[in-house]
Design a protein around this ligand. Structure first.
Ligand SMILES: *Cc1c(COP(=O)(O)O)cnc(C)c1O
Length: 426
């Protein structure tokens, strides 16, 4: 047993499945997880002293690469002044102003501690503001683990083969209606069957928890139109796409306006942060201004805000990062397609900007059904071969690859060489 395996044995005795979040347990790829000691730039190191090019990037936050000096220094500086006050601070205003400046259509921000919390609170606000109870989500989209979103959810809820969860009361799930991503008719039908009852349609503008599935042309504008027709709010869950597709997120990238937007991951720079945002009229429905209650002891934590503010400021000051990230994403996608062809393995590569996913299926992947048609056993073998070759991918087929600013040509070329060898070995 190597050190990671020994740690995993200890972990399993005191942590359910040996982990604090399910996908980390590597169950979908049938091996013990690597225990990480440190990470720098594009690389992570494990307890056994092995080094990998990392495409998990903490599931998205590390868009500038690991241990970026600008963020590290901001955190080190903030720590000198104390860890938490439970009182307002200047940095909360600074980061909210910056988000309002960079993201279209938002006037106010409420900070929380995770993406789950952001979505849960945005949904409460949508229900409170509309006086309606029902929600529409898409099968295979993941919005965190709040009760009403654990219905036909994506991400590791999918890899585990449990599309929903035990412990979610029927009452909490009964108002969540499920539509099909990239199928406007499925949304129209639900809205028509539930007239005047749907508070919000929530969507990942790019579905990035079923692998990566891009919105079909017309899909997001169509959702906007349907929501307007039926008096429902449109919520973009931008926990992944926010500050990744573009500085202004998916609203800017696709030119579609959402009523409420949720963020997480990148806005914390690696610290636990989430936020929900929207117009003043909507956000002033939230306590202490309005009747929708939501609070948080550690919300807007000064150290977390320092990390997030440093990352967002850096991104604002270096907007060329986005063209660069997209070029890297394209290079990887092109290279992986060529490698798959050379190895004679049918793989569909979906890519948008710095997000990409290889699906082990001979068909195109434009829907959740297509994604589910992937050969997960083959992905597991590919994952193992890549890890062996020094590349750490998401340990499940239905997750995205995240490219960071720290992934240079040397890392991309090494990744493609490892991929060709891995695909040939399948
Ligand atoms: C990760 C994710 C969440 C949940 O965020 P946590 O910080 O893990 O609670 C919600 N929505 C989307 C789209 C995500 O990718």
């Amino acid at each position: 047993m190597d050190i990671s395996e020994q740690l995993f044995e200890r972990a399993k005795k005191v942590l359910p499945g040996g982990v604090n979040s399910p996908v980390r347990a590597y169950r979908a790829v049938g091996m013990a997880p690597r225990f990480i000691t440190r990470a720098d730039g594009a690389y992570i190191c494990d307890e056994d002293g092995k080094k990998y090019i990392d495409y998990v990037c903490s599931w998205g936050p590390m868009i500038l690469g690991h241990n970026h000096p600008v963020i590290r220094e901001a955190v080190e500086k903030a720590v000198q002044d104390g860890l938490s006050f439970g009182a307002p601070t200047r940095r909360e205003v600074d980061i909210a102003e910056l988000m309002v400046e960079l993201v279209p259509n938002i006037e106010m921000v409420r900070m929380v501690n995770s993406g789950t919390e952001a979505v849960m609170s945005a949904l409460r606000l949508a229900r409170g503001a509309t006086g309606r109870d029902k929600l529409i989500k898409f099968e295979g989209c993941y919005h965190g683990h709040s009760d009403c979103m654990l219905v036909n959810a994506g991400s590791s809820a999918l890899a585990g083969g449990h599309p929903s969860s035990a412990g979610v009361p029927v009452g909490a799930a009964k108002d969540t209606l499920t539509a099909q991503f990239n199928d406007l008719d499925s949304v129209k039908e639900l809205l028509e069957q539930n007239p005047g009852q749907v508070a919000a349609v929530i969507v990942e503008p790019v579905a990035a928890n079923m692998g990566v599935v891009n919105p079909a042309p017309g899909f997001l504008p169509g959702l906007r139109q349907l929501c307007d027709q039926h008096g429902a709010l449109l919520i973009f869950d931008e926990v992944i796409t926010g500050f990744r597709l573009a500085l202004g997120g998916a609203q800017a990238y696709f030119g579609v306006k959402a009523d409420l937007v949720t963020f997480g991951k990148i806005i914390g720079g690696g610290m636990p942060v989430g936020a929900y945002c929207g117009s003043r009229a909507l956000l002033e429905q939230v306590a202490p201004c309005g009747p929708v209650y939501q609070a948080g002891t550690l919300s807007g934590n000064p150290v977390a805000m320092a990390a997030g503010l440093a990352q967002l400021t850096y991104l604002k000051e270096h907007p060329e990062i986005y063209t660069d990230l997209a070029a890297k994403g394209e290079k990887l996608a092109r290279g992986l397609r060529a490698a798959a062809e050379e190895a004679g393995v049918p793989v569909a590569i979906n890519q948008i900007g710095s997000l990409l996913a290889p699906f082990f299926t001979p068909t195109e992947v434009t829907t959740f059904t297509d994604a589910k048609g992937s050969d997960v056993g083959r992905y597991a073998r590919y994952f193992q071969a890549m890890l062996e070759g020094g590349v750490a991918l998401a340990p499940a087929q239905f997750e995205a690859m995240f490219v960071s600013e720290a992934h240079g040509d040397a890392e991309l070329d090494a990744t493609l060489a490892a991929a060709l060898a891995a695909l040939r070995s399948l």
